[in-house]
Design a protein around this ligand. Structure first.
Ligand SMILES: C[S@@+](CC[C@H](N)C(=O)[O-])C[C@H]1O[C@@H](n2cnc3c(N)ncnc32)[C@H](O)[C@@H]1O
Length: 252
């Protein structure tokens, strides 16, 4: 049997990922800046290729075939491997990136040590801070989603320690019309969570009992219908961006 390399089975949950989880250009600019002047870039946990620079030589590392087949034609070479054992020599590339993936790795800090080993220059990690995931109102409706998510993400302190003393942490604002459909992307568009295809592209839901998911979505639907959600959170419908848990952690 082909076991998933992370905590999500994309052979089951990956269909349609690339349609919902697309590069948001404003977030991409921040990732691109973090990569500095690198000409060769390794993208680990590359999935369908979101956030890969188009004007540099990119090599992707991705274990899931279901994700590989969703990569757009014309993207660079892909190595089918895992972060914790990168099949590259030391200092092989100018820069490395890992976007919204380290929480799925069985040993994120070992994976990051591997990124640092194979990279001469910048290492850019786009991830979520487990200590601020509760800024998103959704977690009131789905406390088990919060618990599942909090236990997956390494702390920011652990990431900085893994990347070394020059590492820096940047809060990434999520734009209102963010086109990358992670949970915080819908902070001001709550009706999106009623769509099963939106939730299917957010891996944390796959870790919950379906009855728990159904109860959370049912409670949200009821509050949207009664106006209670808008009474409490409606200002978010007019808020241009949201500072939640999204972070860019960079070794220059
Ligand atoms: C949420 S997707 C993110 C994909 C892409 N980086 C993006 O920003 O859309 C997480 C990816 O991490 C991959 N992954 C899971 N475990 C991994 C591991 N141990 N090593 C490398 N990649 C892994 C999954 O197969 C999946 O493609």
């Amino acid at each position: 049997m082909n076991l998933p390399a992370g905590d999500v089975d994309y052979a089951t949950y990956g269909a349609g990922y690339a349609g919902r989880r697309r590069t948001d250009p404003r977030i991409a600019t921040l990732v691109d800046q973090a990569l500095g002047t690198a000409r060769t870039v390794l993208n680990v946990g590359a999935g369908a290729g979101s956030y890969e620079p188009v004007d540099r030589a990119v090599v992707a590392v991705e274990p899931s075939v279901a994700m590989l087949v969703q990569r757009p034609p014309g993207t660079g070479p892909v190595i089918r491997a895992v972060a914790q054992a990168l099949p590259l020599g030391s200092d092989a590339v100018d820069a490395a990136m890992a976007t919204v993936t380290i929480h799925q790795w069985p040993d994120p800090l070992l994976g990051i040590a591997e990124l640092c080993r194979v990279t001469r220059g910048p290492v850019a990690i786009l991830t979520f801070d487990p200590d601020t995931l509760d800024r998103l109102w959704l977690m009131e409706y789905a406390p088990k989603l919060l618990a599942a998510e909090t236990s997956r993400y390494p702390t920011v302190r652990a990431l900085v320690s893994a990347l070394g003393p020059t590492a820096s942490v940047h809060e990434v604002p999520v734009p209102f019309d963010c086109v990358d459909g992670f949970t915080e992307a819908y902070y001001g568009r709550p009706e999106a969570f009623l769509d099963p295809s939106v939730r299917r592209s957010q891996s944390a839901w796959s870790l919950l009992d379906p009855a728990v998911e159904e109860a959370a979505v049912g409670a949200l639907a009821a509050d949207l219908a009664s106006g209670r959600w808008d009474e409490r959170h409606g200002a978010l419908r007019r808020q241009p961006s949201f500072l939640g848990a999204l972070r860019l952690v960079v070794r220059p």
